[in-house]
Design a protein around this ligand. Structure first.
Ligand SMILES: NC(=O)c1ccc[n+]([C@@H]2O[C@H](COP(=O)([O-])OP(=O)(O)OC[C@H]3O[C@@H](n4cnc5c(N)ncnc54)[C@H](O)[C@@H]3O)[C@@H](O)[C@H]2O)c1
Length: 364
């Protein structure tokens, strides 16, 4: 098992460890019993992860003598809302949960975000653990303490910053993950290489087949590298005031395309397109060398992700959707561009004509 320490504010004692390994469920239970003592544990999961792993996970915790309950909600983004929160809070009260209770998020980013949000407000806060089961959650959402639910007006509009007390990442969960979900994570992994680690980017260029076939050794090294990047960014900018924005590389345009397609373009596919667009914009504006932009595009194509924008999408509509993005500052749409692979920067103004030109170039 590999361990990464996330060093946060000493006064609030919010530092924690991320443990990463394969087939670590049994050891996880022992560590929870020893290091995260509580009167009662409530595992929160969705019905898909619950049916795959709920029983086994609960049995593992009971075997080490813990008092455990399980709460499930329907899988998917549609559940990431305040009525799920109210429903779970009611079930927590019914099960006897109080301030001595520890919540355990077992699932993907939706379960992690919902559980973290509840943990931050239930009885004015209770501790929680993250046990991420998707690649997105393992390399991204389980680390950093951003919790949220969606509002009808948009995603993640109601949320808190509230750090977990530990993260346990077991790569064996990935064995049952559908390809579409794995690809969402693949996009995020490529993003980490582009924004922070040229060496990891190069490893991905040489090993994409092994990564896609979930080769345990290479996946372990890459997941660990991504967690180290995320943790070092979160350590500097826990509350998303500056540096953390670079994690949005490819996401501004990605979100716009995802929304416009009414989610037929997945999050990962949108981000992949957004990363190609950001690389091309960086090249057009004279920041990035052409061969680096080409390497980015080639890696995304090798990963089997989208690299063309649908013909029917108009550039004007895409730009209008960008202006709706909640990450904009005033009227300016913030973009993360590149000077080199591994060297991103944030830019507040890009001429719409420049964005239009890139969109037109990228059409099918
Ligand atoms: N808090 C953050 O910093 C942060 C960062 C990135 C994304 N997010 C959020 O994360 C969410 C997306 O997370 P996600 O991509 O993990 O989606 P998800 O949680 O919806 O999971 C995707 C699907 O995979 C299923 N699943 C999960 N683990 C499985 C496994 N091991 N085997 C088989 N099926 C499994 C789930 O039941 C679900 O149907 C979004 O709501 C996004 O806003 C948050």
């Amino acid at each position: 098992m590999r361990t990464i320490k996330v060093n946060l504010d000493k006064k609030t004692r919010s530092s924690y460890e991320i443990r990463i390994g394969k087939d670590i469920i049994d050891r996880m239970a022992l560590i929870i019993a020893k290091n995260h003592k509580a009167e009662r544990y409530v595992v929160i999961t969705d019905d898909c992860v619950g049916s795959l792993y709920g029983k086994k996970f609960l049995a593992g915790l009971e075997d080490v003598g813990l008092n455990v309950n399980l709460i499930e909600f329907p899988a998917g983004e549609a559940s990431k809302n305040i009525s799920t929160v109210l429903d779970i809070a009611g079930k927590l009260l019914k099960s006897g949960a109080d301030r001595e209770t520890l919540l355990i998020a077992l699932g993907g980013g939706v379960v992690g975000d919902v559980t973290g949000f509840i943990a931050s407000v239930f009885m004015r806060s209770v501790p929680y653990l993250q046990i991420p089961t998707t690649l997105v959650a393992q390399v991204d959402s389980s680390i950093g303490g951003k919790t949220a639910v969606d509002l009808p007006h948009g995603k993640n509009l109601l949320g808190t910053f509230y750090q977990p007390c530990a993260v346990f990442t077991d790569l064996s969960f990935l064995e049952t993950l559908p390809e579409k979900e794995f690809n969402n994570g693949l996009s995020e992994i490529i993003k980490y290489g582009i924004i922070d680690d040229e060496k990891m980017f190069h490893t991905m260029e040489n090993n994409m087949e092994a990564i896609k076939s979930k080769d345990p050794k290479i996946v372990l090294n890459i997941v660990e590298a991504c967690c180290r990047i995320k943790k070092s960014i979160v350590e500097i900018d826990e509350k998303d005031q500056g540096l953390r924005h670079i994690l949005n590389f490819g996401h501004t345009l990605g979100h716009a395309l995802e929304t416009m397609s009414q989610y037929t373009i997945t999050h990962g596919e949108g981000v992949a397109l957004g990363m190609i667009a950001a690389a091309r914009l960086s090249e057009k504006m004279g920041y990035l060398e052409s061969n680096e932009a080409k390497r980015i595009e080639a890696l995304i194509r090798d990963a089997g992700l989208h690299w063309k924008i649908p013909e029917t999408f108009s550039a004007d509509n895409i730009i209008a959707a960008l202006r709706m993005d909640k990450k904009k500052k005033g009227d300016m749409v913030r973009f993360v561009l590149l000077k080199k692979i591994g060297m991103p920067f944030i830019i507040g103004s890009i001429k719409p004509e420049m964005i239009t030109a890139v969109i037109e170039e990228m059409k099918e």
